[in-house]
Design a protein around this ligand. Structure first.
Ligand code: ARG
Length: 489
């Protein structure tokens, strides 16, 4: 604790003054919720005066002291077990014992829950914004590569040709769900626990709807015990972050592999060099992005382990819960923005990609599909193509129409040309034509991808609107709260 802190005004000499004092204090970590606590104190004080629990002059003095506390900043707070106690001590220090009336009809238990929710919702908005930036980057880059053929993989083996746009939009679709999970988490976070008091409510005639309104919460939690003790909003948010970090790790891993194959060049700003090997250009930003899944999953594990088996209602363990979420949200949001930047600035090497697109007889499925469309049972078609592939492999050459015809004679006792034309086979063997043919909804054909792009853009707009709604309702609440405060100071 900083030596600058003055003597605490709240008397806790009997407890927590000993060797465990530092261990029990969360004051330093609470810097994250300093502004939130001031907002919660103001809303609570306004509600108390409106309910005539405080006089106008008492409320005015408290609200005035809070302005000074805010101007002085977190580092000027007196010592205390946490930011709530320290701010109250500072208020009492400025205006005398009546400052203690600020804590009427509440407890630090509902207060801290309100502060965490207040701060976290702003952080969730930042995280949502980052996912939107990433989706924009993926969509923008996809738009340029609707026709860029590339190999698609399963088991990291060449499987079927696709396009760069189809690949990028596959991640855009996942990130869209990550955004939606964060919006869900936001909505359940943005509920007011204030008025729950320690856990068992209060005999004062409080107005919980009013504090919720002054703080921009969408509603009031219905049970006082749940209000003060539930932290499932942290679990849900952190799970959404860990899920998204896992999405990012897959995208990063792919791009690392693609850079290694020469498919994509990362911009210098997203690369790093070696301190010894001057020729090196390493995808460090993507490797760090990949690693963030470890941070987020670690945070989720730490959080759930802290929460597991806690009896109702408040337990001090909870002081160590939200830090996990704050740590995760910072690093995941940053990694998301880095991924967005890396994707947007990378350049895809069309020629290398086109060359590689046919690797490993990646058009085999397309040939089998062609034969099946001409009336052969798919399993028989599969057998014909497998036989041709085996023959080509034994001579280390690419599969040709002639290989396929020989295989058909062997498997079917008939020529392939009984079913399809040589031209259609040549087309199906061509990676780009193979892509063009797969025009089912959501597929890689440029026509299908163009439709997917439109859907992605529409959904992105919906997500942006959801963000604007929430951000502006928070801003309106802050404005209303500060206008009300001005009536008393
Ligand atoms: N600083 C505590 C927390 O973060 C809130 C204080 C409530 N303390 C208590 N002993 N009831 O959870």
């Amino acid at each position: 604790m900083s030596e600058k802190r003055s003597e605490t005004v709240i008397r806790r000499d009997r407890f927590s003054g000993g060797p465990a004092r530092g261990f029990m204090s969360s004051l330093q970590a609470d810097e994250r919720i300093f502004a939130a606590d001031l907002a919660v104190d103001r809303a609570h004080t306004l509600m108390l005066v409106e309910q005539e629990i405080l006089s106008e002059s008492e409320a005015g003095a408290i609200l005035g002291a809070l302005e000074t506390v805010e101007a002085d900043g977190h580092s000027a707070l007196p010592d205390g077990e946490d930011v709530h106690e320290a701010i109250e001590s500072a208020v009492i220090g400025h205006i005398g014992p009546d400052g203690g009336k600020m804590h009427t009809a509440r407890s630090r238990n509902d207060e801290v829950a309100a502060c965490i929710r207040y701060q976290l919702r702003a952080d969730i908005i930042d995280a949502i914004e980052a996912t939107i930036a990433l989706r924009e980057g993926l969509i923008e880059t996809a738009r340029k590569h609707v026709e860029t053929t590339m190999p698609g993989y399963t088991h990291l083996q060449p499987a079927q040709p696709i396009t760069v746009a189809h690949y990028l939009l596959s991640y855009e679709a996942t990130v869209a769900r990550d955004t939606a999970r964060l919006v869900d988490a936001y909505d359940r976070t943005n509920q007011s626990p204030l008025g729950g008091a320690a856990f068992a409510g209060t005999p004062f005639d409080i107005d919980r709807e009013r504090t919720a309104e002054l703080l921009g919460f969408d509603g009031v939690m219905r049970n006082s015990m749940d209000s003060s003790s539930a932290r499932d909003f942290l679990a849900e948010t952190t799970a959404a972050l860990a899920t998204h970090a896992t999405t990012l790790s897959g995208l990063a891993e792919d791009l690392i592999i693609f850079a290694n194959k020469g498919f994509v060049d990362l911009a210098d700003a997203y690369s790093s060099t070696s301190s010894i090997m001057p020729q090196k250009k390493n995808p460090d930003t993507l490797e760090l992005t990949r690693a963030v899944a470890g941070d987020a999953t670690g945070a989720l594990t730490g959080l759930l382990t802290t929460l597991k088996g806690l009896p109702r209602a408040y337990n001090r363990d909870l002081q160590r819960a939200h830090g996990h979420t704050f740590e995760a949200i910072d690093v995941v949001s940053e990694a998301t923005l880095i991924a967005a930047g890396a994707v947007t600035t990378a350049s895809w090497n069309d020629e290398i990609l086109a060359d590689a697109a046919g690797d490993g007889f990646s058009t085999a499925t397309g040939i089998a599909d062609l034969l099946a469309m001409a009336g052969l049972p798919f399993r028989t078609a599969h057998e014909v193509v497998a036989d041709a592939a085996e023959a080509a492999e034994s001579t280390d050459s690419k599969v040709t129409a002639a290989n396929l015809d020989a295989a058909a004679q062997k498997v079917l006792g008939e020529s392939l040309y009984e079913y399809v034309t040589a031209e259609s086979i040549e087309d199906a063997l061509d990676p780009h034509q193979s892509v063009v043919s797969r025009d089912s909804q959501g597929g890689p054909a440029p026509t299908a991808v163009t439709e997917t792009l439109e859907k992605a853009v529409d959904e992105l707009q919906i997500a942006e609107n959801a963000l604007v709604d929430r951000t502006s309702s928070l801003a309106a609440a802050t404005e209303m709260r500060m206008t009300e405060v001005q009536q008393y100071v």
